[in-house]
Design a protein around this ligand. Structure first.
Ligand code: ADP
Ligand code: GLC
Length: 491
């Protein structure tokens, strides 16, 4: 009997994180919190996803949640008791438990400012563990995500010692090291109620007077993962380490890189109801044109099949390499090229893209908004997708682009390096166009190489489109690697 058919022992896993599609999503973390649990259930894992019950979760989901219980919990040093409600929603084999508390989650967006977010995620991390004990559900693994769940391993090993949840092994995944939950020690100590000894240099303390919630979690977790092999190496260097490179080098024995995938049912050009025309690898060349035309029409761009359409779908922050895009954009507009931007974020980028739309009417369209439907239409209608990030732990947009037959143009960093093989003219292989150093001239060169290839070597371009659609970007492989790690932690 081959290993593939051997039944695997069941493992139970509690996912704890601050966002999850379709309830609430601001970026790739939301996609991963949706797709990875589903992939794990197919590998005989029993998964519960624990999330805050933010007010912004659409009513159509709120109304389907079922009351699972409530209790009161200590948190802050002033001895107050806090309400913890548990609302449950079961969907496609995955159980979602929402932690309810009006005071912390009863307003607007998930993230506001650190003054509010620090107490909010101290509460959430502790309430998530307390809820597991309350529900009498004892997972083998507690899998935490990013700084918002960073205190979970710290609470588990200290204040929850001797309770049922202490038997679990913890894993903390770094999706983005830039955000860490740093504030002065008295504030974090007040809100978490954690004992003095965790505020040492091996634990939460950072610098003279600060505490760092992510840093503490990384120290206390049984295992650390991040979302690509290259980023796992990069974050151990000062340039990418965001001040934690020495801490991560110290803990490198328990640090692993596992590249993200995408949910290939959610991202499927053959069934995607948001597209003008559905397609697969057999008819992409013809049908992509129809999607391009529909995109041009809906965005007020000149409708012309022969245009090279470049898409950019991104949070508009420094991470994403947008200063490089701003520098080269005027040089891209040559009468044969159109640029479509979809994103929200920092004012300076929102405004510069608005400016370019105005300056290059009909050639540049800047959609300064968050719009799932439009994202799907750009993935399908564009010829190339730009991801020139300064750093990129994994990046999902290049994976989605490939699945939709759209050629990625990326900087060789983090997961972009691990997932996009540069075009090789000798072998006629590769999936996209890449550049290495963070320089606008190199970005421009990469775009021009792609453009020249598109206009002068369409036959090979089309082969690349089909090769990209054929590439395995699913969770299958990576979910197995997570599962193997769970088994290693809890044999
Ligand atoms: P990050 O998590 O750093 O933002 P990723 O590439 O991992 O980057 O994930 C981004 C996700 O958010 C993708 O699913 C992408 O399609 C989506 N996205 C980003 N900006 C927008 C937007 N303005 N409208 C719709 N979807 C967006
Ligand atoms: C982060 C990273 C992104 C990654 C995503 C999901 O937001 O910026 O590169 O793909 O998390 O892991």
């Amino acid at each position: 009997m081959s290993m593939d058919y051997m039944p695997q022992p069941r493992r139970s896993v509690a996912f704890i994180g601050s966002e999850c599609y379709p309830f609430v999503k601001t970026g790739g973390l939301g996609d991963v919190m949706y797709a990875l649990p589903r992939a794990l259930t197919r590998l005989n894992c029993d998964v519960k996803v624990i999330l805050p019950r933010y007010k912004c979760i659409p009513w159509k989901y709120q109304e389907k949640m079922v009351y699972r219980g409530e209790f009161y919990m200590d948190l802050s040093q002033d001895g107050r008791s806090y309400y913890v409600g548990i609302m449950e929603y079961v969907w496609d084999g995955v159980v979602y438990d929402f932690i309810d508390n009006e005071e912390f989650f009863g307003f607007g967006n998930p993230y506001t400012n650190l003054v509010d977010d620090i107490p909010k995620y101290c509460f959430f991390s502790k309430a998530a563990l307390a809820a597991l004990n309350y529900m009498d559900w004892h997972p083998d693994i507690i899998h935490c995500h990013d700084w918002q769940a960073g205190l979970v391993p710290v609470f588990q090993r200290t204040m929850f010692g001797g309770t049922p949840v202490a038997a679990a092994k913890t894993m903390l995944t770094i999706h983005n090291l830039r955000f860490q939950g740093i504030y002065n020690i008295p504030t974090i100590q007040f809100w978490s109620g954690l004992p003095d000894y965790v505020f040492n240099y091996q634990g939460l303390r950072q610098g003279y007077e600060d505490a760092n919630m992510f840093k503490g979690g990384l120290a206390f977790a049984d295992s650390i993962t991040t979302v690509s092999g290259t980023y796992a190496q990069e974050i151990q260097t000062p340039f990418y380490g965001e001040g934690l490179d020495d801490h991560l080098r110290y803990h490198s024995g328990k640090l692993y890189g596992i590249v993200n995938g995408i949910d290939t049912d959610m991202w499927n050009p053959w069934t995607d109801s948001r597209l003008a025309v559905n397609y697969d690898i057999t008819n992409v060349l013809e049908r992509k044109k129809a999607n391009k035309r529909a995109l041009q029409e809906s965005l007020g761009l000149a409708q012309d099949d022969h245009m090279f359409v470049i898409g950019l779908i991104s949070r508009l922050t420094d991470q994403k390499g947008l200063d490089l895009v701003n520098e080269v954009l005027p040089q891209l507009i040559d009468g044969h090229t159109q640029v479509v931007v979809l994103g929200t974020g920092d004012d300076r980028y929102e405004n510069s893209f608005r400016y370019y739309e105005d300056r290059f009417k009909g050639s540049v369209c800047s959609c300064i908004m968050y719009d799932e439907g439009r994202a799907h239409q750009i993935y399908a209608g564009a010829d190339a997708l730009l991801v020139p990030s300064l750093f990129e732990p994994c990046g999902l947009t290049q994976l989605i682009a490939m699945r939709y037959g759209t050629i990625p143009i990326v900087r060789e960093t983090g997961g972009l390096k691990d997932t996009v093989e540069p075009y090789n003219a000798n072998t006629n292989g590769g999936n996209g166009f890449t550049f290495d150093r963070y320089e606008s001239g190199l970005l421009l060169d990469a775009i021009n190489r792609a453009k020249t290839f598109y206009f002068t070597n369409r036959w090979c371009w089309d082969e690349m489109v089909q090769r990209d659609m054929d590439k395995d970007v699913s969770w299958e492989n990576s979910a197995r690697q997570y599962r193997d790690l769970y088994m290693q932690l809890k044999p």
